[in-house]
Ligand binder design. Sequence first.
Ligand SMILES: C[S@@+](CC[C@H](N)C(=O)[O-])C[C@H]1O[C@@H](n2cnc3c(N)ncnc32)[C@H](O)[C@@H]1O
Length: 394
Amino acid sequence: MSSAPRLLALGAVLRQYEDYWRPAPFWQRHPAWCDSTPDLVAAVMTLNDAETEILAADNARLWRWLARYMPDWAHFAELCALPAPRHDPIPDLGRRSWHIPGRKQAQIQAFADVLGEPVAAIVEWCSGKGHLGRHLGSQWQLPVLSLELDAALCAAGQDFADHMALDQTFLQADALATGSAAHLAQRHAVALHACGDLHRALLVGAKAHGALAIDLAPCCYYRINTPRYQPFNPEADVPLSQSDLHLAVTETTTAGGRERRQRDVAMARKLGYLAWCHDHGDASRQAGLKPVPAAWNRRPFADYVQAMAARDGLGWDARADWRAYAETGRARQKEVMRLSLIRLAFRRPLEIWLALDQALYLERADYAVTLREFCAPGLTPRNLLLSARRQATI
Ligand SMILES: C[S@@+](CC[C@H](N)C(=O)[O-])C[C@H]1O[C@@H](n2cnc3c(N)ncnc32)[C@H](O)[C@@H]1O
């Protein structure tokens, strides 16, 4: 079935509810939906910290909770349903698993299990050390060309392959350069976690040069060299900035307790600082904040603001009520976490919409395409797998 109807239906909902997902409550204290759906605000603000955390980390639970206040969610959740493996694999890669970090091993095995037998020699796009290519090449006894920009990763990957006497060759090349896509011709292209422009180049190159098959797990959709998302199809008519694209990859799934506490403190401090900036007539912080060194979060709050203000070229007054600003930051952080749940509910629909735009592009280039999840989100939240086979090859 064509991806077009689903792309259109998801796009319509994204447009209808854009007030709920475009504004980030971190920057916009009172998004418009707070006025239009006060019962939703009341409900979200009564959640405790643990409930907020659980809903933020689990799309399915969040959608069930939201469906009580937004009945359209049941339909929306249906549009986002994808085939998925019943269980994640227990990694058993034997010699192939050398030097692959544990979680990556399981991702690779899950990806390979769902892919099945490649239809031709493999080209591994943005391969890193070529762990996926090594696994597939050794499993199916096929030649592998691993294309990667970083020379050190290429050298390390080539060492592993040579050690196993595998037919895997690393090509140190820029995937975005003219000429790289020619390597896709008549091959089976695989890419695990290729970012924005890199996976775009793969899809465009595969079509132009006639790749026989593509298996792509996209990630970091916002890493693009254009200020806005360039859709592949006219039906993909939801305008997206780079910051909107960030939403598709916003996750809290893999953060542990200590990491979460550090994240909360860091956010509360930034919000306390923004409150201080606001009171001092500096609205320019709305444009964004530079990354904050972790060590600054361990300083007394007054010193933290002094360091931030110095970096931002603002004057600083030691007599401010720092205790009050720190408390404002903590209260705002709790509010932001709760209000952001509504926005987070749209991250997966947005990601699936982006993948459907890619799927439709390949269908129109005469590929048979399936979109599915290759593993549970706990293994990697970037678990979408777009599989395309040239019609003549199946
Ligand atoms: C997220 S990593 C994924 C690596 C590997 N596929 C994996 O799953 O372990 C993305 C890889 O793309 C590579 N890369 C970044 N820009 C590139 C470019 N312009 N051309 C080729 N590779 C690039 C990076 O060096 C990195 O190894």
